[in-house]
Design a protein around this ligand. Sequence first.
Ligand code: NCD
Ligand code: ZN
Length: 346
Amino acid sequence: MKEITIQKPDDWHLHFRDGDFLAETVPATARCFQRAIVMPNLMPPMANAEMVLAYRERIKTALPTGSHFEPLMTLYLTNSTGLDDIRQAKAAGVIAAKLYPAGGTTNSSAAPSDLATMTPVFEVMQEVGMPLLVHGEVTDSHIDIFDREKVFIDRYLQKIVQDHPYLKVVMEHITTAEAAQFVAEASENVAATITPQHLLLNRNDMLVGGIRPHNFCLPVLKRNTHQEALRTAVASGSHKYFLGSDSAPHEKHQKESACGCAGCYSAWSALELYTQVFDELNVLDKLNGFASCHGADFYGLPRNQGTVTLVKETWTVPEEIILLNGKPIIPFFAGQEVHWRVKIND
Ligand code: NCD
Ligand code: ZN
């Protein structure tokens, strides 16, 4: 196949950041996605409805004229999230609440330190119908970073799902065979997003021949058997998995550093790279479900009306992008070839 038309897709997990980033990140996603779930891990975290709504307005201001893109907003769960915070967020149209591992990733220090205390919050979320989005990793210093996702499932996620059978839970950016299996075997209320980097790469792509900070994200890339399991998961066409790019820009100096930040800025190539993966797997017929149907169905939102057409043509991702403040970002796959391109977007 040389060309494919899919229903207009959505990105169910990304980071737009704020301030000078928005003029770059919002148009980059709005170019081909109709909606995106926007993560709340700003400084300070978006921990109440008022903050989230003000952030949504800043995002809308950054949209290209005439764009119909819709940001779907999330609430950041903290130690002090109250039951009214959840109710107010729900009433304000906030789509979901995000649980970070305390201290485990970018701007996560405000996350709950003890998940046992979150039970009343999860109960209210279940009651009002607010999905829980989980960054599923433990942060105990003695747990190896490559095992942190699996340990989180065994120690916490099994129980959260069991104790709250009607709570919708999305395990975000899954990276392991165990996570793919957990989601496949869980109820219809449990699903997962999968990023382009975890389908395209494994930890060799980050560490062999020199350390590659622009392939560093969290949860960290795993060994190739896990990459294969994720590829098998999307190739299955299961509605449990959907597109969430986790596009997460950091300024160049924050990535290329003695203590580099986690996150890949993939907004300019994510849809194209997913298409490339589905093509490699010979399952282009499954792309429409993954990119444009499974997420909307899970969240109970209508599927989009328009379409996007991609063609099999090679182009090269730019080496860098300059922000409004003059600072550079290195995009994911910088200087590398991508074999699919968005041709028509209506
Ligand atoms: C994200 C970021 O930079 O905000 N980074 C990442 O590696 N995925 C945070 C997150 O989703 O963990
Ligand atoms: Zn993320």
